[in-house]
Design a binder for this molecule. Structure first.
Ligand SMILES: [Mn+2]
Length: 423
């Protein structure tokens, strides 16, 4: 199974824009088992064009936004660990913007840690740049007149504080994750009912924001990247809905199936296989939830966590898998607990489940969230980071975090028999 299919929000957590919630309900809560609300009205309203489910006013507003920013230079900020959906849409945005003489730099602060993402970028020549926090600080941000957030709302990028400090205005926000906070953009298109941001961008292309041409190599490659993004955010179209299929149908006229196949053939590294093995060995299955702690991982291997969750959720009688581990970033001397959730249970909302399970930090920021079928969390270890050369300490630390995360999850999985209850 293609593991990166649902990995987007794995990087979620260290929310920069605090999302405040007044009452923190500490009772076991089963609200997350409620069915998802109906699709928003905007996406349901048909316009003249048969194939576009997009209101024409939205397209006009987007076009006017680009017109107002002619000759600008913009940053396109992706989540720290960008996935195919984000990467492909950023590219489509860049190609659309070029027509208005807007020059865009696509940047992310983390790494491309999934083999398919590396293959996508290499094989298509996708123009994304890695800006670590260190080298971002040395950049002259005053050359940028604006920035765009694509497939994220700024809560998953370490670059946000820098951009906000530099007072660069948020021009365009396009995303399909649940609303993360109150960000004001000149133009925003937030549609949580859509399965992939690639679907939204394909609708823009279809509506004429960029006329794809099969004789232009970059157009073919971008269409291929969008097809990959759309497939990977919809679990290979298995969770796709009408709009996604229509978008895929449109892309099928331009994409290169052999190139897509080459991207999908990327193999898992041995280290990823080892993490999957650990998750299998350590998993506990309770009430159709499979939960596994995988211990310590290197920063570059963090993507093994969602891949392991993708794998565990395929076991019979399992509808939801949660895999977590302690990821250490040697450069920054930081340790973070990172976890991924995958579910095939339609009535389980990963965003609510994660928020309910782990709550918020002292500043009111949630440790994670999600979207249809997938969620993720990150819990910084702060003061407890490091000193793992002492193996007894490292083991003890892991055991404490492992037990605590399991307690928090099991409280929701089987509210009445928490194994470590003290009362
Ligand atoms: Mn996405």
């Amino acid at each position: 199974m293609h593991s990166n299919s649902l990995k987007v929000f794995d990087n979620l957590p260290i929310t920069l824009e605090p999302i405040k919630k007044d009452n923190i309900d500490i009772q076991p809560n089963t609200d997350f088992l409620q069915p998802t609300p109906p699709a928003n009205i905007e996406t349901a309203s048909y316009t003249g064009q048969r194939c576009s489910l997009l209101p024409s006013q939205k397209i006009d507003a987007l076009r006017q936004t680009f017109e107002r920013h002619q000759n600008d230079r913009q940053l396109i900020i992706l989540q720290d660990f960008p996935d195919p959906d984000a990467l492909s849409c950023a590219w489509a945005y860049q190609l659309i913007a070029e027509q208005y003489d807007i020059q865009c730099d696509i940047v992310y602060a983390g790494t491309l840690s999934h083999q398919e993402n590396i293959a996508l970028v290499k094989l298509t020549g996708l123009p994304a740049q890695r800006w670590t926090l260190q080298n971002a600080k040395s950049k002259d941000l005053s050359v940028y007149n604006g920035y765009a957030l694509i497939d994220n709302q700024g809560t998953t990028s370490q670059l946000m504080p820098l951009v906000q400090e530099a007072k660069i205005p948020l021009v365009i926000l396009v995303d399909h994750h649940s609303l993360q906070g109150e960000l004001k953009a000149e133009f925003s298109d937030l549609r949580p009912s859509i399965r992939a941001t690639a679907t939204i961008f394909t609708q823009y292309l279809q509506a004429g924001l960029l006329t794809l041409d099969s004789s232009i190599s970059n157009h073919v490659k971008c269409a291929t990247a969008l097809m990959h993004g759309l497939r990977s955010d919809t679990n290979r179209l298995m969770q796709a809905q009408e709009e996604d299929f229509l978008a895929a149908g449109y892309l099928s006229r331009f994409y290169d199936s052999q190139l897509l196949n080459a991207v999908l053939q990327a193999n898992r590294s041995k280290r990823v296989m080892d993490v999957i093995e650990r998750s299998l060995k350590n998993r506990i299955v309770q009430n159709n939830f499979s939960i596994a702690g995988v211990g310590y991982l290197r920063y570059e291997d963090r993507d093994a966590i969602p891949q392991a969750a993708d794998f565990l959720v395929t076991e019979e009688n399992v509808h939801t898998a949660v895999v977590f581990g302690i990821v250490h970033d040697e450069d920054e001397e930081l340790e973070v607990v990172i976890g991924s959730l995958r579910t095939t249970k339609l009535t389980l909302d990963p965003d609510e489940f994660i928020k309910e399970a782990f709550g918020q930090d002292s500043q009111g920021r949630f440790f994670g969230g999600g979207r249809t079928g997938a969620g993720g969390f990150e819990i910084p270890m702060g003061f407890l980071s490091g000193f793992n050369e002492n193996s007894a300490y490292a083991r003890m630390k892991w055991e404490v975090f492992d037990a605590q995360i399991k307690q928090k999850l099991l409280r929701l999985v089987s509210p009445r028999d928490n194994p470590i209850q003290t009362e």
